[in-house]
Design a protein around this ligand. Structure first.
Ligand SMILES: [Zn+2]
Length: 252
């Protein structure tokens, strides 16, 4: 164990192996949900592909959190895994998405905030694109320390799901690395999970307009998930391209 400054509480303590994407999301990738072996992550950065070896239970960073703070995040991880991997969402009447009528806004939102925080303070290669800058990092840290999820307009979150698991079974069985994007000029971090789940987390002071404001997480409202077709997604294209390069290299 190394001693260092915990990025959340600021204390000089023994730092633990802190998972960023929690173990249940990786276990979901394996048959019977038992994690064994080594995963190889393919990452595209500045138009180059890189391979990162990932332990079966997912990557961790040993330089960011003390055990106490990691345990607090662990509670959010557990809840998020229940919602994103196990909860039974109903299809919306127009079949454009899914809905879950009751859930704990505070816990789920704190999970997404903790994820952005962990990704941003981590030096792990898989999270190199998640840098939110000092100001946002500090604001998110304050919310996490106070265990406050913020209002629906602060770091707004909306969810989506790849929905081609019948035609393309691995649509739900891979976890692309998180990245930043802009939607209508507004900055987001996107995190991917197994089960085809995707979270868009707004890292921007500007408020979201429709249609996103209609589906973002809100206290006292149902949780919506937008369906995304996997076969035509940028993520599917990227996975196919990187897999091709990976197998070409392997055969040479
Ligand atoms: Zn700590």
């Amino acid at each position: 164990m190394i001693k260092g400054d915990c990025k959340l509480c600021g204390g000089y303590k023994d730092l633990c192996k802190a998972h960023i994407i929690a173990r249940p999301f990786f276990k979901f990738l394996y048959p019977d949900h038992v994690a064994n072996g080594t995963l190889i992550a393919l990452s595209q950065f500045q138009n180059k592909y890189r391979k990162i070896k990932v332990p079966a239970a997912g990557m961790y960073d040993s330089g960011i959190l003390c055990a106490e703070c990691d345990n607090v995040f662990g509670k959010y991880d557990k809840y998020a895994a229940e919602i994103l991997l196990k909860a039974e969402f109903d299809e919306t009447p127009e079949k454009e998405g899914y809905v879950l009528n009751t859930y704990d806004y505070k816990k789920l939102k704190l999970f997404f905030l903790s994820l952005v925080f962990r990704g941003s303070v981590s030096k792990h290669k898989a999270f190199e694109r998640i840098l939110v800058g000092e100001e946002h990092e500090q604001k998110i840290r304050d919310l996490l320390l106070a265990e406050k999820p913020g209002t629906e307009d602060e770091y707004s979150v909306f969810l989506a799901k790849f929905d081609d698991s019948i035609r393309i079974p691995f649509a739900t069985k891979n976890i692309p690395n998180p990245r930043k994007i802009r939607l209508e000029g507004i900055n987001f971090c996107i995190f991917y999970f197994s089960n085809g789940m995707i979270a868009y987390i707004k890292i921007d002071k500007r408020k979201l307009g429709m249609p996103y404001s209609g589906v973002m997480l809100k206290q006292g409202h149902p949780c919506f998930i937008i369906k995304i077709e996997y076969e035509t997604s940028a993520e599917f294209k990227l996975l196919m391209e990187s897999a091709k390069i990976f197998f070409q290299e392997k055969n040479n």
